[in-house]
Design a protein around this ligand. Structure first.
Ligand code: PLP
Length: 381
């Protein structure tokens, strides 16, 4: 039997069978446009609103505060766009996803004002640094809940409190966090929160954004009146239904899955650190402040791209740095921000597991890695 171990869940996850089943009929027998007036359409519309209610309930929001989008990138762009629309100063962090960083960069190119807060060597944004950067005209602060490369979980509640002391809108990119760690918008105190279905075993090309009532956030895509006139376009009904089923089940299993993933990660990490010399852990070693399934190691003297090819030959699919950035040349901006030395950045392997991994597979991964790295190093000597 061929070995097939998938360690790239931060890039995307397989579709849950329950989500697959739930969404199918909305491509075929229940294909109707939810905006039409006949009864068949009305049933689809009701299903859509039921989905909105479920998603809202999972994060402690009101259904009227949930807008369906095409995924994390669109939700993040919407949030940044609100800052751009207000033509003020934007604060974000140096380790955000490009879905936040690039629209902010474009804003600056067009004459807008923005700045990037740095992070500690463990990958944490410092709330007092955010406070220090707030100016009279600051309109938006956007800090991710959890990082896609190194998994660090940020102190969001602390930062949103600071933002609100100064009447500044606070957005969090929770694309890597939703379905993996508990999230409640009241406890987090955020005004906007982005999530993406394919990161929690839902279909691709669909996501949502939470926008707090009375936050004054304006429409993002204009056209027909869908999504209460805030995000026009015929709804991706099947995608939304599939996402909602995946969200419901992910949140239901969250605690058990997270505890199991943490145990496996701890085991793999302990073995790697004791059996593979010249290795660093990127991000924090405090597992309570790291995504349950995220591991990132820098191996000295190793080219991560070659390592990935060799792992692939052993049936293991993993990533170097961030898969989302694989088309862009150069070093990972996240690893640079946490000041990982260059020799380890080039040799960084990200492994993002899910709860389907077995102990046997965990041990196989370490043994394969140890042998491959030993071989490469002995050839380099
Ligand atoms: N934000 C983060 C933290 C991500 O990891 C990703 C995707 O990797 C995105 C945003 C973009 O999400 P999507 O692929 O749904 O556009």
């Amino acid at each position: 039997m061929s070995i097939n171990i998938y360690l790239d869940n931060a890039a995307t996850t397989p579709l849950m069978p329950e989500a697959d089943m739930a969404m199918r009929r909305y491509y075929s027998e229940d294909f109707f446009n939810p905006s039409a007036v006949y009864s068949k359409s009305k049933r689809v519309k009701e299903k859509l609103e039921e989905a909105r209610n479920i998603i809202a309930g999972l994060i402690g929001a009101d259904a009227s505060e949930i807008y369906f989008t095409s995924g994390g990138t669109e939700s993040d762009n919407w949030a940044v766009n609100e800052g751009v629309r207000r033509r003020g100063h934007i604060i974000t962090s140096a380790i955000e996803h490009k879905a936040v960083l690039n629209p902010v960069k474009n804003y600056v190119k067009s004459g807008g004002m923005a700045e990037l807060a740095g992070v500690t060597e463990e990958g944490f944004v410092n709330p007092s640094d955010i406070k220090r950067r707030i100016r009279r005209n600051t309109v938006l602060i956007s800090i991710m809940t959890a990082n896609n490369e190194i998994g660090t979980i940020q102190p969001i509640a602390q930062m949103s409190r600071i933002a609100h002391e100064y009447d500044v809108l606070f957005h969090t990119d929770a694309v890597q966090a939703f379905g993996h760690i508990p999230l409640n918008v009241e406890e987090l105190g955020v005004d906007m929160l982005s999530a993406s279905s394919h990161k929690f075993n839902g279909p691709k090309g669909v996501g949502f954004i939470y926008i707090r009532k009375d936050s004054g956030v304006r429409p993002f895509i204009c056209g027909g009146g869908q999504e209460k006139g805030m995000r026009a376009g015929t709804e991706n009904v099947a995608g939304i239904i599939g996402m909602t089923e995946a969200a419901r089940i992910s949140c239901e299993r969250l605690e058990r899955n997270a505890a199991y993933c943490r145990k496996i990660c701890r085991h793999i990490t302990e073995r790697i650190m004791s059996e593979i010399p010249d290795t660093v852990i990127n991000g924090t070693t405090d597992e309570s402040r790291r995504l349950p399934g995220n591991m990132s190691f820098g191996f000295g003297g190793i080219d991560a791209q070659s390592l990935l090819v060799l792992l692939d030959m052993h049936g293991i699919s993993a990533a170097a740095g961030s898969a989302c950035n694989s088309e862009s040349a150069g070093y990972s901006h996240v690893l640079e921000a946490v000041k990982t030395p260059k020799e380890y950045i080039g040799g960084t392997l990200r492994m993002s597991i899910d709860a389907k991994i077995t102990w046997q597979q965990a041990d196989y991964i370490v043994s394969v890695l140890r042998e491959i790295i030993k071989n490469i190093r002995s050839k380099n000597d």
